[in-house]
Design a protein around this ligand. Structure first.
Ligand code: SF4
Ligand code: SF4
Length: 126
């Protein structure tokens, strides 16, 4: 669905302008998480240009590790990692949490390093 204001909200949160993207594909070619992504970073940017909020359902935005490689290489100076973060923020504000404490098995909670849990909750929970 195309929603008025959707891309504007992402622009506001990320302080980046997806409309500057010229679809060169450098971000996709550079992405360190590409093997786990369905929509490549370039495609995420295109969906945003078109105002398609279905991009919020893309697993790719959760797979992004914020490694910043794409950001460093984008010839248009777009901080793509911040755009990915904005998409996660909107999702979390809508209550679409990926990591829910109650769903984590107790044995896993006791085995996983605390830092991993903290990082996970910072990224995947509201
Ligand atoms: S590297 Fe930048 S300009 Fe090229 S496709 Fe990615 S976001 Fe667009
Ligand atoms: S910041 Fe995210 S989208 Fe960009 S290269 Fe790294 S994993 Fe890929």
């Amino acid at each position: 669905m195309v929603k008025d204001g959707f891309t504007s909200k992402i622009k506001e949160i990320s302080e980046q302008n997806p409309n500057l993207c010229m679809q060169c594909g450098t971000c996709s070619a550079s992405c360190t998480g590409i093997g786990a992504m369905e929509e490549l970073p370039r495609q995420v940017m295109r969906l945003l240009q078109l105002g398609k909020d279905k991009v919020l359902e893309s697993p790719s935005i959760w797979m992004c590790t914020t490694c910043l490689t794409c950001t460093a290489r984008c010839p248009r100076g777009i901080d793509i990692a911040r755009v990915m973060e904005a998409l996660r923020v909107v999702n979390l504000r809508q209550g679409n949490e990926v990591l829910v404490l109650e769903d984590i098995p107790l044995e896993l909670l006791t085995e996983v390093p605390q830092m991993a849990l903290t990082s996970g909750f910072r990224k995947l929970s509201a």
